[in-house]
Design a protein around this ligand. Sequence first.
Ligand SMILES: [Zn+2]
Length: 251
Amino acid sequence: MELYYQIIFFIFGSVFGSFFNVVGIRVPESKLFASNRSQCPKCGKQLHWYELVPIVSYVIQLGRCKGCRTKISPIYPSIELFTAILFSLSYTHFGWSIELIIALLLVSLSSILIVTDLRYMLIPNKILLFFLPFFIVLRILSPLDPWWSSLIGAIIGFVLISLIILVSKGGMGGGDLKLFVLVGFIVGYEQLLLVFLLSTLLGTLFSGVLLLTKKVNRKSAIPFGPYICIATLITYFYGTDIINWYITSFF
Ligand SMILES: [Zn+2]
């Protein structure tokens, strides 16, 4: 029965992931409900239902449009797979609980923000404001221990990232700041510090690799949002384990 639900969550995740691609691409351009949902942006070919199956269609078509052979961005199937795996993991991790809803929302928010930040270098207020009330209500229903950890987390997120913005002048932006405040509220102050460390580590590591492989140069701006999202998810699922491992190994 457990495996059955894990598969169901995986399939739902891939379908939602496909939707989050559309949301992430269209919300910043304010045309979420435009009608040309299912055509190739290059040749305008109408896509059949079997060309819109998450993950599977991309693999079968070898990553190209059937009409004009234009390469389809690997971001699409990546987000579908990312959401599918994390929806399934959320269920495995939390079972049927309020925390499961928080997990699914956090995965959804992350998927959308990875798309908007990679494509537009933007963490849209609209997206943050849409999710905010759900997280507030759910954290009241399923509080952290102690409950004020959420408030301190949000405050530390605000102070820490404001300082970095002041000092670095452009390393992070207002979107990153708001995202950190929200993440602090969801995961609490201890885990927020871990999110901060992990995201800086991931950011440094990946921009180092991108610089070495000359995919970017020193002047290119690199979106930081995806690192915050991935660090948040690692911390949200495994933060307690990581903190315990660290304490027992080094103290
Ligand atoms: Zn095409």
